[in-house]
Design a protein around this ligand. Sequence first.
Ligand code: ADP
Length: 506
Amino acid sequence: MFRKILIANRGEIAVRILRACRELGIRSVAVFSEVDRKSLHVRLADEAYPIGPAASGESYLRIDKLMDVARRAGCDALHPGYGFLAENPALPRACADAGVTFIGPSAEAMEALGSKTAGRQLARRSDVPSVPGTNDPIETLQQAQALIENIGLPVLLKAVAGGGGKGMRVVNRLSDLAAAFRDASSEAQNSFGDGRVYLEKYLVKPRHVEIQILADSHGRVVSLGERECSVQRRHQKVIEEAPSPLMTSDLRKKMGDAAVRLARAGGYTNAGTVEFLVDANLDFYFLEVNTRLQVEHPVTEQVTGLDLVKLQIAIAAGHRLPFAWETITPRGHAMEVRLYAEDPDNNFFPSPGKILSRHAPSGPGIRLDEGVYEGWTVPNDYDPLLSKLIAWGNSREETIARLRRSLEEYTVTGIKTNAALFRRILAEPEFVRGEIHTTWLDELLLRKHRAPTLEQGSEDAAAIGAAVWQAMQNAAASPTSSSGASEEVPSRWKLEGRKQQVDRTP
Ligand code: ADP
């Protein structure tokens, strides 16, 4: 087993990884930028090293600085977390050169599966169905037009290097193609330094269901079942759950087998996720592989009882996965909401600032993974994910009830959060019935505001709708309003008890 692990990340995932290290008796080494000097991961780690200014290009994305810390601190392994360099093959290569074990797949497996088009090519060879479309980047408009004649509208232009829903444009009419092509390419270029795009059939109201896999270095690849991540805002996950409400044991087996086949074909090792879209006929289509730990991994942990980070470490150390896991089935139900420091009144823009007070929910079935504390200032420089609130229950119904109860307990002041959005979603009858799809939330936000002049499905319209709706919620929840429901308006007793109440988070 390793002695000391360098955690090449920050925030809640750095905290998550160092907790696993501590339970395994492995020393943890944190790195931090100037603005993260007082961050929780720095405080909790056994050792911590500065790696430069706030800009991630000068700190968390600098492989040379990470390797320098690994050498100075005497680390024998490195965990990349998610985001930053987690899917960059240059990191496992640099680790190999430095004699440090990378806790993740090999650089070759990352290349074989990591890019969307490479993944699609491998899926085709592995007999895994993909969304109809191209397996290579598109170079000209004529090429795109010819493809559209073949597969029909609507289509989706997607960045080859895509992530976080960036560099995607839906094309409903041929006349929109040229502008969409230009926009998708330039957004991809700005976000990823790679402007290449490809084209897929745009599935209408699909569900996003992904399979968590684990692969050891002795040839065993197992599926730990699915997570459903269909509640999305602008193609980004907002709520994740396991099992998927639509799942049958037959479909779970088929999707699990497809994911395992693909991982094997790519020579994959360690934890990974194979993402699919599922249509109304329960036909599934490969979307992409995430060659790393996912943000939403805790829901799988809650229904399998496994610790994915400890398993990642064990796999990297050469341990074998038990044979029995090839038939693992989920127990109970788990759901995660991503609490962000963002301002729903202002187009969900990040809302960094000092956390003046907070109350963390707890009690039966509740888990909170976070990298924040009272008095800490959320920096402006990174993804503003504050906390992942995860509930487990015997049934989906009990899980939703626990999540709602814990969201009522959750308070944070000084910054704005998206907590009110979850309180609303969890109360929506369609959500409670599990009748969700990937554009369900955007449509709900639009519907709530009755914005008939705005085109359905337009991202801008969804954002405007969300902002208007949120403003209405805030007005209704203000302490002077008599119409606010008790869950929205804290009582005077509660308010008195809160320190330095500046702004009640909606
Ligand atoms: P990213 O890597 O940017 O997250 P993904 O390929 O994982 O992009 O897709 C993110 C989301 O975008 C999906 O969960 C889904 O909501 C939507 N999406 C992607 N491809 C399609 C498609 N072909 N048809 C319909 N929706 C899609």
